[in-house]
Design a protein around this ligand. Structure first.
Ligand code: 4FL
Length: 243
């Protein structure tokens, strides 16, 4: 539910999501809230009671838009309002949302939305980070991108499994492609060795090292093997240096 369906449609027609929609892995519609206004001048916003700057989205167009979507199914669709006041999105919430049969996303605009329609229809508020944007469209697109990647048939099977694997709680290891030397910088030798065991171990250690240096709090909840822990111990004694 948005005032800018073309903006959303442009993003949702490209790349992984575009192909997922074509294949029928997911059904996404961008619905224009303005199409539901009862105002003869097509207005969807008005000045706030109590005064102050800017305009607010009114209750009626949003509610009628929502009712028309609800009318398509027996069950009430889960309604998410993208807002800086929401809970910050995590991969684990993305995974849970990807299991729901139907989700409706409400994108706010102007200076906000009349609180009463939010109280009436919103099931969950989600933020994509502590910064303010022009509207909820970009956060909604972020959420849809993340959800689509979790749906069956969207990613090649091995990539989908990697999303699930123990790597998902650690940062990615560095990656390289041709040429082997660029601006005097060499690709790490182990990657050219063809030794799959050593390569897997090196990548795991690079993930651990990066996570330790850049996002140490992620290690608290990561699933670590004895070997992982032993590696992290050696970092403590040697002092911290990247790469
Ligand atoms: C929504 C920011 C979700 C971050 C303005 C309107 C926002 C946002 N996460 N800013 N909506």
């Amino acid at each position: 539910m948005t005032l800018f369906p073309e903006m959303c449609e442009a993003v949702l027609s490209e790349s992984i999501i575009g192909r997922a929609r074509e294949k029928g892995c997911v059904d996404i519609r961008c619905v224009n809230i303005r199409d539901f206004t009862a105002d003869k001048h097509n207005r969807v916003d008005d000045a706030p009671y109590g005064g102050g700057m800017g305009m607010l989205m009114q209750t009626q167009p949003i509610y009628d838009c929502y009712r028309s979507l609800y009318a398509e199914t027996e069950e009430k669709p889960h309604l998410i309002y993208l807002s800086p006041q929401g809970k910050t999105l995590t991969q684990s919430r993305v995974k849970e949302l990807s299991a729901l049969p139907r989700v409706v996303l409400l994108c706010g605009h102007y200076e906000g939305v009349d609180e009463r329609v939010l109280e009436e229809i919103v099931d969950e508020e989600i933020s994509v980070g502590d910064y303010v944007l022009t509207g909820g469209e970009l956060p909604a697109l972020v959420l849809m991108d993340a959800i689509c990647r979790m749906l069956p048939g969207v990613l090649p099977n091995d990539e989908a499994k990697e999303l699930e694997s123990h790597y998902n709680s650690l940062l990615e290891y560095p990656q390289y492609t041709r040429p082997p030397v660029w601006h005097g910088r060499e690709v790490p030798e182990v990657l050219l060795s063809g030794h799959h065991g050593n390569i897997a171990r090196w990548r795991r250690e690079q993930s651990l090292l990066r996570t330790k240096l850049r996002r140490p709090e992620l290690l608290e909840t990561a699933e670590l093997t004895k070997q992982d822990k032993a590696f992290l111990e050696t970092l403590q004694t040697e002092g911290e240096s990247d790469g």
